[in-house]
Ligand binder design. Structure first.
Ligand SMILES: Nc1ncnc2c1ncn2[C@@H]1O[C@H](COP(=O)(O)OP(=O)(O)OP(=O)(O)O)[C@@H](O)[C@H]1O
Length: 299
């Protein structure tokens, strides 16, 4: 069972601070989705975990101890720039990578076959990587990250450019890794996918971790909103009710922001609505990760 902890990472390039006190943890069997705008610092954080970027301050800990070369070899890493040899055959390449991680020849070949089969590219084992489509190269890249049965997965945008079937396969493979207690850290711009797949989400902006938690935990900090659908209500209706912070018109009715999520606050609004109009719907609006992301990033 492995736990990755990143503590207080600072990275500067010249005068520019690229990571500013980045901290988070990924526990055994946990999938952490790492999201943020282009240039926010996701790749730099992952590279620091891999030792490819040396932080100016902070620590990368595995099971509480500073990560060393032996523990780094046990990471399955999918770099953003992808790292396969274009002219080498898929099977040779995967077996070669597995051997670099300590598997013997027979085990390395078996692992290459197993993972290409699981990822639906076993029929391309004899082809040079450059002859595969980009999506299939990406499947091979994931196989390369998995071929040595890693203790920890760090994947930089593994879903970008994949067709919907490949997204499903990739997601299933990550869930299977987590079910084997492997901690999984991956970055993505596909927030719907992150919401579906991840136990927790880390939002990074301008090199700072601005939120980390389950989607429900992130929701706890979001404004409380309700939608009320009814026969027409006078303009500005609701603004003076106790506990109402804001009212805006929406295509179906009105949306109300409440001061808190106490049941009585919502009930007061509903009673006032029923007294003033024919109410056909009164619903709590649960923000999804895209809404929460916008809220946190302030865009
Ligand atoms: N070698 C480098 N030298 C100088 N600046 C760098 C270097 N590598 C990254 N940066 C800068 O660090 C910042 C963070 O980049 P990083 O690649 O970590 O972002 P990211 O969140 O992964 O973005 P994306 O979503 O576009 O992949 C960017 O402003 C980038 O320009």
């Amino acid at each position: 069972m492995t736990t990755l902890a990143v503590r207080g990472l600072h990275v500067r390039y010249g005068e520019r601070t690229v990571l500013d006190d980045v901290s988070f943890e990924v526990g055994p069997g946990e999938i952490l989705g790492f999201v943020g705008a282009n240039g926010a610092g996701k790749t730099t954080t992952m590279r620091a975990v891999l030792g490819m970027v040396v932080p100016d301050a902070g620590d990368v800990l595995v099971d509480g101890a500073p990560i060393d070369a032996a523990r780094r070899r046990r990471i399955g890493y999918m770099p953003e720039e992808r790292g396969l040899y274009p002219r080498m055959r898929v099977g040779d390449q995967l077996a070669h990578l597995a051997r670099l991680h300590g598997l013997d020849r027979t085990a390395a070949r078996a692992a290459a076959l197993r993972w290409t089969t699981r990822l639906g590219v076993a029929d391309r084992l004899g082809d040079p990587v450059e002859r595969l489509s980009l999506g299939n190269q990406q499947r091979v890249q994931l196989a390369a990250a998995l071929v040595h049965d890693p203790d920890l997965l760090v994947l930089d945008e593994p879903f970008s450019g994949l067709d919907p079937v490949a997204v499903g396969v990739m997601a299933a493979v990550l869930r299977e890794a987590a079910a084997r207690s492997v901690p999984v850290l991956f970055s993505s711009h596909q927030l719907d996918l992150v919401q579906r797949l991840c136990d927790r989400v880390g939002i990074i902006a301008g090199g700072r971790m601005v939120a980390v938690g389950t989607v429900d935990e992130l929701r706890a900090d979001a404004p409380v909103r309700y939608r009320l659908v009814s026969s027409p209500l006078p303009d500005g209706w609701g603004r003076d009710l106790p506990g109402v912070v804001d009212v805006v018109r929406c295509p179906l009715g009105i949306e109300l922001e409440l001061a808190d999520d106490a049941p009585e606050t919502a009930a007061t609004v509903l009673r006032a609505g029923v007294a003033a109009a024919t109410v056909t719907e009164f619903t709590r609006i649960r923000p999804d990760l895209t809404d929460l992301y916008r809220e946190v990033i302030g865009a």
